[in-house]
Write a protein that binds this ligand. Structure first.
Ligand code: ZN
Length: 196
């Protein structure tokens, strides 16, 4: 498992609802926390590790020894109130930061890793991270939320990521779209199909 970077196609893929929480999913979450802490992040969505599942993890302290480890499965956001512009970054765009307007407070409904229902009103950094990560599940990067002027300031940085991606494709380090989407379909079959 590794964190994929812009413009990997899985980052713009709309993740599917999870139907099964089992030990394999719990192992995936453990590995995601390890990757997130290693990268000093505060949140990580499943599609950032190339998995098309509606799941993300958060620890606003970005430190395994501190804060609280939160897992959100099939999150639904509502009741966004107020707005606030702050710089955001993303583990799929290391060292790139830009201003994003988000709701100041937000309500989230989701499931935890034990299948427990989560219902919470969030504010501060946690509200922002949960909005950023839920966007990932819909294939939306924070870039897509930036105004054109701020985005233009990042053009050179983004071009570097795009050139790097193209060269990794040439070198077969990154698989073809066909192979990537076939693997996503396999994961969906495993975790997102309804079985009777
Ligand atoms: Zn991100």
């Amino acid at each position: 498992m590794e964190i994929i970077t812009h413009p990997h196609p899985t980052l713009s893929y709309k993740s599917k609802t999870i139907q099964r929480i089992n030990s394999e999913l719990r192992d995936i979450v453990t590995e995601m926390f390890e990757l997130m802490y290693a990268a000093k992040g505060v949140g990580l969505a499943a599609n950032q590790v190339n998995l098309p599942l509606r799941l993300f993890i958060v620890n606003t302290s970005s430190n395994a020894e501190e804060g609280e480890e939160l897992v959100f499965i099939n999150p639904v956001l509502s009741k966004g109130k107020g707005s606030e512009i702050e710089d955001e970054g993303c583990l799929s765009l290391p060292s790139v930061y830009g201003p994003v307007n988000r709701s100041r407070t937000i309500h989230v409904e989701a499931f935890g890793l034990q299948g427990n229902a989560i219902s919470a009103d969030l504010d501060g950094l946690l509200a922002r991270v949960v909005q950023h990560e839920t966007d990932h599940l819909d294939g939306i990067m924070f870039l897509d939320r930036m105004n054109p002027l701020s985005l233009r300031a990042l053009e050179a940085d983004l071009q570097e990521f795009e050139l790097e991606f193209a060269s990794q494709r040439e070198g077969d380090i990154i698989e073809s779209d066909e192979v990537i989407f076939a693997k996503l379909a396999m994961w969906e079959d495993k975790f997102c199909t309804q079985r009777t």
